[in-house]
Design a binder for this molecule. Structure first.
Ligand SMILES: OC[C@@H]1[C@@H](O)[C@H](O)[C@@H](O)c2[nH]c(CCc3ccccc3)c[n+]21
Length: 465
């Protein structure tokens, strides 16, 4: 079953907020994880160091000095984790491959034991009837490449395409859907601009160069995957609806958050307003003739990660937000909506707004929600986690996704972030996004109430009244 399966079947009468909601026949329900966040075994079987191994060891960068050295020990526990997914009725599983397992130095020699792990994982998934969806890059760049400029260097884009070909060569016969990057916005603006993610650089000009080379890597990898016969290729972008009274402020942030990625990938061009505003930080000389044709090569599916909307307003004297270069005078504001443990506003209607906007402005590309979920302060008591807030969060967002489908969005599937609690980047293990609770001392997994609820949603292909 590939995710490009045409959806058929009627849409039940939309009843906002309550009432029965049934998704189209063939809609795919899944869960998502990422290599550095769950695998552990950081120094095992030939894996090389990544920028997150380096960053998490840099004092002050990650909560309490947490690292991904052990994480959920998924590298050793994957069989039980896959069996747990099957028990939860999960139909598809989005995971990422660790480039440093497959090419420890990011180029040249391939580490067969690294490929062997994903071989075993994919066979385990198929053995349980779970469809794999792979992300080739979910932030764990081999450190050796960062030592040579990382994503600010064109060479990294070229090495990424070679890595994609190596991964496809071993697993292309068993993985139908290949997404290249997870959230180039994070890799570039958090990693090279604000410095709050690996590699921890704080240089807006470097961030724009990283944007381009990440996108170029995507395009070069798509060409390799197509040449090798991949059934479905795509990319995952974290996107958000941007609201505010000042059109210029909204356009500025919408440009940096959304259009700087959507336009190249789906239209083969950078948005002119973003290019102009960025000239304070870069001369864009890293863009070469033909690059945008490579980046804009057609894809089969766009992964959308949505968590929370963004609201902005003008505020005199407001310093620039380091994540958004050039955002002087623009304040990021939050309404009085409920907040998650990350401090993010809970606004399901933002998902409907986002999906309908993408469908309207970038028609013709099927969408899948590759991440949506929430961290709450879960409590394990008597072998149970009564995470009612997560159930309410997901219920609301599933209804919002259904409303987008009813409005014409070509949405094919939904992957809840995350299968299990895991290493939440700069927050370490302090934030829990999982449908399944992980006790890191014992590595015991406990499906939360939300996991049991999700099992019923999947069985019903929708929500009860
Ligand atoms: O923060 C929850 C998840 C991460 O665990 C995933 O690895 C990552 O793909 C992901 N992206 C987002 C939205 C963008 C974002 C990420 C991290 C920090 C702030 C914003 C949320 N999440």
């Amino acid at each position: 079953m590939t995710l490009s399966m045409g959806v058929s079947g009627g849409i039940s009468e939309e009843t906002a907020g309550t009432g029965e909601v049934i998704f189209p026949e063939g809609f795919v329900w899944g869960t998502a994880t990422a290599s550095y966040q769950i695998e552990g075994a950081a120094n095992e079987d030939g894996r090389g160091p990544s920028i997150w191994d380096t960053f998490s060891r840099t004092p002050g960068k990650v909560f309490a000095g947490h690292t991904g050295d052990v994480a959920c020990d998924h590298y050793h526990r994957y069989r039980d984790d896959v069996a747990m997914m099957a028990d939860l009725g999960v139909q598809a599983y989005r995971f990422s491959m660790a480039w440093p397992r497959i090419q420890p130095d990011g180029s040249g020699p391939v580490n067969p034991r690294g490929l062997d792990f994903y071989d075993r994982l994919v066979d385990e998934l198929h053995g349980h009837g779970i469809t794999p969806l792979v992300t080739l890059y979910h932030w764990d760049l081999p450190q050796a490449l960062e030592d040579r400029g990382g994503w600010t260097s064109r060479e990294t884009a070229e090495r990424f395409a070679e890595y994609a070909a190596v991964a496809y060569g071993r697993l292309g016969d068993r993985i139908a859907t290949w997404t290249t990057l997870n959230e180039p916005w994070c890799s570039s603006f958090l990693g090279y601009g604000a410095g709050v993610h690996a590699p921890g650089r704080t240089d807006p000009g470097a961030a724009f160069a990283a944007v381009h080379h990440l996108l170029l890597g995507h395009g070069l990898a798509v060409a390799e995957l197509r040449a090798a016969g991949a059934a479905q290729v795509g990319i995952t972008l974290n996107l958000a609806p941007i609201s505010g009274d000042d059109p210029e402020a909204v356009a500025h942030i919408d440009g940096l958050q959304n259009r700087i990625f959507l336009d190249p990938v789906l239209r083969g061009e950078y948005p002119a307003d973003v290019v102009e505003r960025a000239r304070r930080f870069t001369d864009w000389s890293f863009v070469r003739d033909g690059d945008l044709d490579i980046i804009g090569a057609p894809i089969d599916v766009l992964g959308v990660n949505y968590y929370s909307p963004t609201a902005v307003r003008l505020r005199a004297g407001q310093p620039a937000n380091p994540v958004h270069p050039g955002s002087e005078g623009i304040a990021f504001v939050q309404g009085d909506e409920e907040k998650t443990a990350m401090g993010w506003s809970v606004k399901p209607s933002g998902l409907t707004e986002l999906l309908t906007r993408v469908s309207r402005d970038y028609p013709g590309t099927p969408l899948i929600i590759t991440e949506n979920g929430a961290a709450f302060d879960d409590v394990l008591a008597d072998g149970r986690v009564a995470d009612e807030r997560r159930i309410a969060f997901l219920d609301g967002h599933f209804r919002a996704a259904h409303a987008a489908i009813a409005a014409g969005a070509d949405l094919r599937g939904y992957f809840v972030w995350s299968l299990m609690d895991n290493f939440e980047w700069a927050e370490g293990y302090a934030k829990r996004f999982g449908l399944v609770h992980v006790d890191y001392a014992s590595q015991r997994r406990t499906p939360k109430d939300s996991a049991l609820w999700y099992r019923e949603v999947i069985r019903r292909n929708g929500l009860q009244a």
